[in-house]
Design a protein around this ligand. Structure first.
Ligand SMILES: [Zn+2]
Length: 235
């Protein structure tokens, strides 16, 4: 396709897109709506904040293509249709391979996600397990309700249920302290056998106690066995 794609009449990028392009998204959007780049970028980011990116070359007439670079399938469709209807839009792009755009945007995407995650003041327990977005994306974790409850602190622990007034008391049936995630991993006497197996597995390749991050990054299989062994209905 690239040999048929004409050079830009108003070049915006002479080199592959850098990470700063993410912040200057209106420049990229200019390609499909050069008259109102800021408005388009604003619409895109306001409408679909999710991190879904679509890039494609749309052939609008012989020898002329527009690059569509948008978020979200629905919006992508709208913009693609708008681009093909507007025959007076000037061509404005360079010979940047689509694969390079995907790679650059994916990298910027991950960085932005990580920055947002880092700044987030919520999800404190989950951030202890998953402090790094990039590391999380490399993992293929088969989640289940027990695992989710443990890495979020939501849903099944008595501390969580009491916090939302769903039960009267946050104290664990072992009577040692409130039933938090840390309590279940490290203190609960009712999980002594489960914990001994976890410790035994972890000590084959690491040290106990392990941090929450280590439980995920180094001992995921053992931690999954532990979380799956917890019978929350009896705790
Ligand atoms: Zn307990």
């Amino acid at each position: 396709m690239s040999k048929n794609i004409p050079n830009s009449t108003t070049p915006q990028h002479s080199t592959p897109l850098s990470s700063s392009t993410w912040r200057n998204f209106s420049t990229t959007c200019m390609i499909c709506d050069h008259r109102h780049p800021n408005r388009l970028a604003h619409m895109v980011t306001r409408t679909t904040p999710q991190i879904i990116i679509g890039i494609s070359w749309v052939k609008v007439r012989v020898g002329i293509y527009y690059m569509i670079c948008v978020y979200g399938n629905e919006l992508a469709d709208q913009l693609a249709k708008a681009a093909t209807r507007n025959s007076d839009i000037a061509v404005s792009f360079n010979r940047i391979p689509t694969s390079t755009l995907y790679s650059e945007l994916k990298e910027a995407d991950i960085q932005k996600w990580h920055t947002d995650w880092d700044k987030c003041t919520k999800a404190a327990i989950t951030k202890e397990f998953f402090p790094n977005v990039r590391d999380r994306l490399k993992m293929n974790i088969s989640i289940n309700p027990n695992f989710t409850a443990m890495v979020t602190g939501h849903g099944r622990t008595r501390a969580y249920l009491h916090r939302f007034r769903l039960i009267d008391n946050a104290t664990c049936p072992c009577n040692k302290e409130d039933q938090t995630v840390d309590h279940l991993i490290h203190q609960c006497t009712l999980l002594h056998t489960n914990r001994e197996l976890l410790k035994e597995n972890i000590q084959q390749s690491g040290n106990w106690p392990a941090s929450k991050q280590e439980l995920i990054t180094k001992h995921l299989k053992s931690f999954l066995i532990f979380t799956n062994s917890i019978n929350f209905d009896e705790l």
